[in-house]
Design a protein around this ligand. Structure first.
Ligand SMILES: Nc1nc2c(ncn2[C@@H]2O[C@H](COP(=O)(O)OP(=O)(O)OP(=O)(O)O)[C@@H](O)[C@H]2O)c(=O)[nH]1
Ligand SMILES: [Mg+2]
Length: 316
């Protein structure tokens, strides 16, 4: 590894915020050499409690994340916040939630905030989020909060790196509540009915409860449903308690080990796929490749057989 890379690693481990921001940009842009730095940091990870926060636009995720952060800071824990917005073209520490983050959380040295939009990350947002989580973890943040908007497949993947996932809903879902069923119920460890200062919170909580009854999971954990008003902070300490209980549950049942293993498995698989892809990309206009293309066009080879032949040359 180059001196500059070594320097970046030691600066991050030493608590240098600018070095962290720099490496995060490098990871987002996938610059050459970043893999070696992430590899070096890997041995310094594994301590943080990673928490996913997802839910519909405007449900109060950022407000809740800020209030959770204040609670954890009071408990003496450091916090990393990663806000992912797959619908935003912007990236590099700007935008999402920032309008409300001009407060004590943003000024606190024990908190590190990073936002990431979709630009240049098509399909790879979940992986990039995983990289940012890794960097926050190596940086020594005790709690890492990953906020992402929505309830679709990409959000499920983005919060897939979390140990505990909070789903934030709001009162008055009515029939819409059915819409959150697919995919989201399974990933929710804690359900929050935020904006409970508005009408209809009890009813939404009851509907969620009924849905959870109809879809029991086999992890032994019944997700609690907590009413909050993130704006005033009401109920937020109960979310903190539930997160602690969920982490204890994961530890006691051995489910944490299973989660960690599943993550390691995904990561290894993705690194291998990336590697093979880059091998193919680097040589896709090589002489062997073009000769095979000619053979296919000339009707001498079918593309499946040609692919087999080509893969053999990659192995060598
Ligand atoms: N009445 C009420 N309003 C709230 C509450 N929590 C948040 N809000 C307001 O709801 C709006 C959206 O809050 P955010 O925290 O930005 O919501 P979000 O889910 O992060 O929004 P996106 O990231 O844009 O999807 C803001 O105007 C908040 O002030 C609450 O408990 N009660
Ligand atoms: Mg937000």
């Amino acid at each position: 590894m180059s001196d500059a890379s070594m320097d970046l690693v030691s600066r991050i481990l030493g608590g240098d915020r600018r070095a962290v921001a720099r490496l995060m940009s490098m990871a987002e842009n996938d610059v050459p050499g970043v893999k070696k730095i992430l590899a070096e940091l890997h041995t310094h990870t594994g301590r943080a409690h990673i928490i996913g926060v997802t839910g519909p636009p405007g449900s109060g995720k950022s407000t809740l994340v800020d209030k959770l952060t204040l609670e954890y800071r009071r408990m003496g824990k450091t916090v990393g916040i990663i806000a992912v917005d797959p619908t935003s073209p912007f990236t590099g520490g700007a935008l999402l939630g920032d309008r409300i983050r001009m407060n004590e959380v943003a000024l606190d040295r024990g908190v590190f905030i990073r936002s990431m939009g979709a630009r240049g990350h098509l399909g790879g947002l979940a992986k990039k989020t995983g990289d940012l989580v890794k960097i926050m973890d190596a940086f020594g943040k005790d709690m890492i909060l990953v906020e992402t908007v929505g309830a679709g497949q990409s959000e499920v993947e983005i919060v897939g790196t979390a140990y505990s996932t909070i789903i934030v809903e709001v009162p008055g879902l009515g029939d819409d509540i059915q819409a959150i069923k697919a995919g989201i119920l399974e990933i929710g460890d804690i359900f929050v009915v935020n904006k409970s200062d508005l009408d209809g919170a009890d009813e939404t909580a009851r509907e969620l409860d009924a849905m959870l009854d109809m879809n029991p999971n086999d992890s032994g954990w019944r997700p609690p449903i907590i009413q909050t008003s993130a704006l005033s902070g009401d109920g937020v300490s109960r979310v903190v308690e539930a997160l602690t209980e969920h982490m204890n549950h994961l530890n006691e049942t051995g489910n944490l080990h299973k989660l960690v293993r599943a993550r390691a498995r995904d990561e290894l698989r993705n690194i291998i796929i990336d590697h093979i892809r880059s091998l193919v990309d680097a040589r896709h206009d090589s002489e062997e490749f073009e000769t095979l293309v000619d053979s296919i066009v000339a009707g001498e080879l079918d593309p499946y057989r040609a692919a087999e032949i080509y893969l053999k040359t990659l192995e060598g």
